[in-house]
Design a protein around this ligand. Structure first.
Ligand code: SF4
Ligand code: SF4
Length: 277
């Protein structure tokens, strides 16, 4: 059954995927460390997030998928130069970016994830198709889809599933495909498990390029301080009351990829054979 589930997810376009049982989640999922997090992110400490059954009552396992959205063959500068008005561009994708009107930068940058198609919608549609396919094949199967805005610790679950590790920049890094990846999945009503074996100790090691290159010193010891992070201020906080030293510290006006741009796992990332982006 695991083979069938994995095959369906891959044939629908996931770059890679795995399945973890709820038993394994209960054994391995650890709560996040949120020292110094602003009130705005306090929802992350809700204990319900630790229990997948709070998300989908009757969950026995989860299928977790990654989708590569950027690789070294895509030309970032080209994509950016095709945008005539960053405010209109981001607004058309549903982002709340009123604050951008007051930023006056001749040269600006936007996170790569915002340059691709609206990802929540696209991943939801992809996983809905996979769930429908599975319902046809496996009698009695039910499920509920999650994306990165759902009350699920998707990065931690993906790491438990063997789809990568959380790097010093706090992001999920897949050893083959890097960190320009979206995560989504389906909580399933059936008991199943297919964890990808970890290939030895592939982690950050002595590298700390992301910490060194972060223009605001927002990274320290595998932790992120949101109050110093350009990405937090320009995306999660909708740019409200953005400190001038944060917006002046780089060219980024929406999101920030600096701690990914220098990561050796991204500079050497393989282009995915499959993805929906
Ligand atoms: S997103 Fe930018 S500001 Fe935030 S930690 Fe990474 S490099 Fe630093
Ligand atoms: S830049 Fe280096 S330290 Fe940072 S996440 Fe990548 S490998 Fe880890």
């Amino acid at each position: 059954m695991e083979k069938l589930i994995i095959e369906k997810a891959l044939s629908n376009g996931a770059t890679d995927c795995a399945i973890i049982s709820v038993k394994t989640i209960l054994e391995k999922l650890t709560p996040p460390i949120l020292d110094g997090y602003p009130q705005k992110l306090s929802y992350l400490s809700n204990p319900k997030r630790m229990n997948i059954n709070s998300f989908f009552n009757g969950a026995k396992s989860i299928l977790i998928c990654i989708y590569q959205y950027w690789n070294n063959e895509k030309n970032y500068e080209n994509k950016l130069s095709n945008i005539s008005d960053p405010y209109e561009f981001l607004k058309s994708k549903g982002y709340r970016v009123e604050f951008i009107k007051s930023i006056n930068k001749k040269k600006y940058r936007i996170s790569r994830y915002a340059l691709v198609d609206e990802y929540h919608k696209k991943i939801m549609e992809n996983l809905e198709k996979t769930l429908d396919d599975l319902k046809l094949e496996i009698k009695g199967l039910d499920g509920k889809i999650f994306v990165d805005s759902s009350p699920v610790f998707e990065k931690k679950l993906a790491a438990i599933a063997g789809l990568g590790f959380q790097g010093r920049n706090t992001l999920l890094i897949n050893p083959e495909y890097g960190s320009y990846i979206f995560i989504g999945g389906i909580a399933l009503s059936i008991d199943a498990e297919y964890i990808i074996p970890q290939l030895g100790e592939i982690k950050c090691g002595e590298c700390n390029l992301c910490e060194r290159m972060c223009p605001t010193a927002a990274l320290k010891d595998y932790k992120l301080l949101p109050s110093k992070c350009i990405s937090f201020w320009t995306t999660h906080n909708n740019g409200n009351d953005i400190p001038p030293e944060i917006i002046n510290s780089s060219s980024y006006i929406f999101g920030c990829d600096i701690c990914q741009e220098f990561c050796p796992y991204n500079t050497k990332a393989k282009k995915a054979e499959r993805t929906i982006f």
